[in-house]
Design a protein around this ligand. Structure first.
Ligand SMILES: N[C@@H](CCC(=O)N[C@@H](CS)C(=O)NCC(=O)O)C(=O)O
Length: 235
């Protein structure tokens, strides 16, 4: 599926940490939630390789990929050759591997609260986005597409109202950026990409704008764009 030229090597001046001595490979697809660990690895100054996954060509369903991740999902991390799936687990692993990077908050109470936000993004927001994106995967009654999307939009309105309250008077969910911000940012960005209008949730809008100013996020979004162009040329 991949060759060495399709995987870009990103080298950084990293922190002194366990993660530095490990070989880290991120399987990443544009637009997908693999943006979350990509931002964290950038924030950590990690040395890692990206293996692009072209979902339009269903590369996540290839036998080679399924051997590593039978769930056929991105993100997938290979850490010294061992697969790790699930955004929440990746954030926890990176917190230990790059202890100075602030991937999750340093004090244990806020660390748990950040995991709570990430678990909510993964299980309470992301599934609505999947249903909006592919309504027929969830209800195949003829003509049900629009109704499914309308109901999902209502659910999303509720979760973003909750997030908007959580972000009231704050720049980030905690005192400074952590992976929960990136995870939420991804869900918000995905909803906006679906042309859903939640602009009334001003704190979420401001959070999204703030996130996009971070060098690690800019770098990730530039990479995404570059890869989308590469995929479009190869189509
Ligand atoms: N709970 C997983 C969700 C992963 C997930 O659903 N990834 C989507 C992209 S956003 C995917 O790879 N879909 C491809 C497929 O289902 O074949 C996580 O947070 O890591």
């Amino acid at each position: 599926m991949h060759n060495s030229t399709s995987g870009l090597q990103w080298n950084y001046l990293g922190y002194s940490s366990v993660g530095e001595s490990m070989k880290i490979t991120l399987y990443y697809a544009p637009v997908a939630c693999s943006l979350v660990p990509l931002i964290s690895l950038n924030e950590a100054g990690a040395d890692f390789e990206i293996k692009p996954v072209n979902m339009r060509k269903a590369e996540q369903m290839s036998a080679e990929y399924l051997r590593m991740n039978p769930k056929h999902k991105v993100p997938l991390l290979l850490i010294d050759g061992k697969p790790l799936t699930e955004n929440v687990a990746m954030a926890l692993w990176m917190t230990r591997a790059f202890p100075k990077a602030g991937i999750l908050p340093a004090d244990s109470e806020n660390e748990v609260r950040a995991i709570s936000i990430m678990a909510w993004c993964a299980s309470g927001i992301h599934p609505h986005l999947s249903r909006f994106n592919s309504p027929l995967k969830f209800c195949d009654t003829p003509g049900s597409e629009e109704g499914t999307q309308r109901m999902v939009a209502k659910e999303l309105d509720h979760v973003f109202e909750v997030a908007n309250d959580m972000l009231s008077g704050r720049e980030y969910f905690f005192d400074k950026w952590c992976a929960a911000d990136s995870h939420f940012f991804w869900t918000w960005r995905r909803a906006i990409q679906f042309k859903l209008d939640f602009s009334k949730y001003r704190n979420c809008v401001a959070h999204c704008e703030r996130m996009q100013q971070r060098p690690a996020v800019k770098k990730a979004l530039d990479f995404e764009k570059q890869l989308q162009e590469q995929f479009a040329k190869a189509a």
